[in-house]
Design a protein around this ligand. Structure first.
Ligand code: ARG
Ligand code: ASP
Length: 730
């Protein structure tokens, strides 16, 4: 096992030249030289792999920042100015908003450093360097080990490897499995903790088209916001302090003013969250037939209820805006994913691939029964996977009060384990969290969601997954009666439906607070439900899951052994990756062809006065009328807004820079096209496209719309296309 991966890379390397380019792949930056540089250059890239990732000199990677651990961002000035999406900074923009001073609605532009707004808890993480630690982590691992034996040895090895890193106080080491645990890489990171809001367009730009246009091309959203990293006097991470100063980066991205054209090389550099490219067909049919339909239906119910209340009241709309957008986002993604999988015959393609795989195996191959075993395991896990999704979607994601109880549970546990000291250590955190939680909480909406979703849970799951205390007959309810009254009674007698009552409890002595929490009806219900879930659903689920993971590790390795001509890249796992492609339109369906660029004219064409998704502010209309595009228009005098390319991206890549052949910023990644959201499971070069805001639109908004010229002055604007054309390699 130890030597496998060297072998695999050599095999992959030697076959690269015979593979035609497909845009697929999320590559590790430190392996580009070995695996991708030639291809990238053949596609037009002018810089080298060393310019992208180097530990010896400043390289592009030093400008790429994990934003809050969930999005990507990049440094675009020598003073630590950070560009990311509007939807990535949305929580922060919202948290500084009130009905009187609504930054979501009006936008926000700090005129100087002093006006930049601090954001508690927001982090900016740099990757210092990456090590291959596979040999150390997999020491002693034998193929015949059980899932549990394997995991405990790996855990021990991981702890040993971690100890070998001598880190500064502000550094971390993150070790992640790749190729389903066949390889391990360590990422040493530096985490900055003072990240301030600098600017955000109004939602009529930053969220233009909102949920109707989300995941859709053609798109016209200026989905960006600006932050700044602050450091201590030594340029090192520090907690927020008025004494902190703007961070001086090792590298920042220059910005190309020359724009893009179809066929141009593009590269997207960021932190893609999760993909599953090497699944067997049995897993894909589970997604298609069982899990996606269930999750889509649950979220549809939840969204309808929120929407009803949000339309009635402006304050509710602000309160629920971020929550609604989060729930709506994956609801729509799953619909697109299922659609795309069907449209491209993904299941049949996997079955053909598997038949091919099976046929290529030697008669005595240890992998002969692997696919059959996986199929059996996926069929065994099906009912638990469904129940698991139901429970998580309802108790942990869509009903707020039950999700909040998890925070109180931590407090109770801390008290029971470590007494008052343990409790007090957590209390401040819990209070801050609670204040934010209640700012965005409406008891009536939550009750209605809980009741409707509980009804679905009981209706659609096998009875053995419904705890007795939630079964109608045990509650004295009629067979078809709604849960409205039952939930209402519970909320009425709970102390956690209002911030005042909740804080009153958190201000009691630890002993009294814990006893009040434990006797609260919602806390009790949530605890019982969670215990039931753990016993009846998650334990059996995890037991099978462990077996599946072990077999998937074997299957991934087997695929690499068998298809030596295929180039393999590791699934996304929130680590730093490079993906590259070209500016490229696509044909979503018969006779329809999409071109790759949208313009401001398209924004105006979508304008619906007063609409909550497609409204525009008078300033925008005036600038359009005056055609006041400054230096940001293209050759034809039109202002580009968004463009698409064949870069392979996923959730977490939002806010990633789109970089040109010379290492300059040309756009800001924020989405994918609907038909192509199945790229997480089955990338298809014909319809998978990522969506980026054209950087010229961003600059235009900052300059002409917001009048924040001081920010433009900080940046480095370049004209790479005006440079003398270098001789082409023959
Ligand atoms: N679909 C994009 C992504 O997955 C953008 C989401 C934000 N926009 C929204 N309307 N929810 O994150
Ligand atoms: N919108 C996604 C994000 O926030 C990107 C994607 O899924 O394509 O990361």
């Amino acid at each position: 096992m130890k030597h496998t991966f060297k072998g695999i890379f050599i095999i992959m390397f030697s076959f690269i030249s015979c593979i035609s380019y497909a845009g697929e792949g999320m590559w590790l930056p430190q392996l580009l030289k070995l695996l991708n540089e030639n291809e990238m250059k053949s596609m037009g890239m002018k810089i080298s792999a060393d310019d992208i990732y180097s530990v010896n000199k400043g390289s592009l990677k030093d400008a790429i920042v994990h934003f809050g651990g969930f999005c990507t961002s990049e440094i675009i000035s020598p003073n630590g100015l950070l560009l990311t999406n509007h939807h990535c900074g949305y929580g922060q923009i919202q948290s500084h908003s009130t009905v009187e001073n609504n930054l979501i609605k009006n936008g926000f532009w700090a005129k100087n450093y002093k006006e930049e707004l601090p954001n508690q808890g927001l982090t900016a993480t740099f990757i210092d360097y990456i090590d291959d630690v596979s040999t150390k982590v997999l020491t002693g691992i034998k193929p015949e080990m059980s899932a549990t034996e394997r995991q405990s040895l790996i855990d021990k090895n991981l702890a040993d490897v971690r100890k070998t890193y001598k880190l500064e106080a502000y550094q971390n080491v993150i070790i992640r499995p790749f190729f389903d645990g066949n390889q391990y890489f360590a990422f040493v990171t530096t985490v900055y903790r003072d990240v301030r809001l600098v600017g955000a367009p109004p939602e009529s730009i930053g969220k233009f088209g909102s949920d109707t246009d989300n995941w859709v091309w053609p798109r016209h959203t200026g989905d960006f916001s600006l932050f700044r990293i602050y450091a201590d006097k030594n340029n090192k991470p520090a907690d927020y302090s008025p004494e902190n100063v703007p961070y001086k980066p090792k590298h920042f991205l220059p910005i190309s003013m020359d724009g893009i054209a179809e066929g141009d090389f593009t590269m997207v550099f960021g932190f893609p969250g999760r993909t599953n490219q090497y699944l067997p067909s049995s897993a894909i049919s589970q997604v298609l037939e069982t899990l996606n339909p269930a999750k889509i239906a649950i979220r549809e119910t939840s969204l309808k209820i929120m929407d009803k209340y949000m339309r009635e009241d402006e304050a509710t709309k602000i309160k629920y805006a971020a929550k609604y957008a989060t729930i709506a986002n994956y609801w729509k993604k799953w619909i697109g994913e299922s659609m795309g999988l069907k449209q491209t015959n993904a299941l049949q393609k996997k079955l053909d691939y598997e038949a091919n795989f099976q046929q290529k195996l030697a008669a005595d191959s240890p992998y002969k029964n692997l696919l059959g075993e996986l199929q059996k395991l996926y069929s065994d896990i099906n009912q638990y996977a469904l129940a698991n999704d139901y429970y998580s979607e309802i108790a942990l994601r869509n009903v707020d009060l039950t999700s909040y109880m998890a925070t109180l549970r931590r407090l109770v546990n801390a008290y029971e384990k470590n007494g008052e000291a343990g409790y007090n250590e957590l209390l401040l955190n819990v209070k801050t969290f609670s204040t934010n939680f209640y700012n965005d909480f409406d008891s009536a909406i939550d009750q209605e969601k809980f009741s409707a979703l509980l009804d679905m849970y009981v209706k659609n799951l096998d009875k053995k997954f419904v705890p007795e205390f939630l079964q109608r007959e045990n509650l004295g309810m009629q067979p078809n009666e709604t849960y409205d009254q039952m939930i209402k009674d519970q909320y009425l007698s709970s102390s956690f439906t209002s911030v005042e009552d909740a804080m009153a409890i958190l201000n009691l002595s630890p002993e009294k607070a814990v006893s009040a929490i434990k006797s609260d009806p919602i806390f009790a219900l949530t605890s019982e439900w969670s215990a039931f879930f753990s016993k009846e659903i998650s334990t059996p689920y995890n037991n099978i899951r462990k077996e599946i993971d072990l077999k998937l590790a074997q299957y991934t390795k087997a695929q690499m052994d068998v298809f030596t001509e295929k180039r393999f890249y590791p699934d996304a796992n929130s680590t730093l990756r490079v993906t590259y492609g070209k500016v490229n339109g696509y044909e979503p369906r018969d006779a329809v062809k999409y071109s790759p660029v949208t313009y401001l004219d398209g924004v105006i064409a979508k304008y619906v006065p007063g609409d909550y998704e497609f409204d525009l502010q008078p300033k925008m209309l005036a600038l359009y009328k005056a055609k006041d595009y400054g230096a940001y228009a293209d050759k034809n005098g039109k202002l580009p807004v968004c463009f698409i390319g064949s870069n392979h991206t996923t959730g977490g890549n939002s806010g990633s820079p789109a970089i040109d052949a010379n290492g300059n910023l040309i756009g800001l990644n924020f989405d994918r096209v609907w038909e192509g959201t199945m790229s997480d499971i089955n990338y298809d070069a014909s319809i998978c496209r990522n969506i980026m805001v054209d950087v010229r639109y961003i600059l235009w908004v900052v300059d002409k719309y917001a009048g924040a010229e001081h920010l433009i002055k900080e940046m480095k604007l370049v004209h790479p296309k005006a440079m003398p054309i270098k001789k082409k390699k023959r």
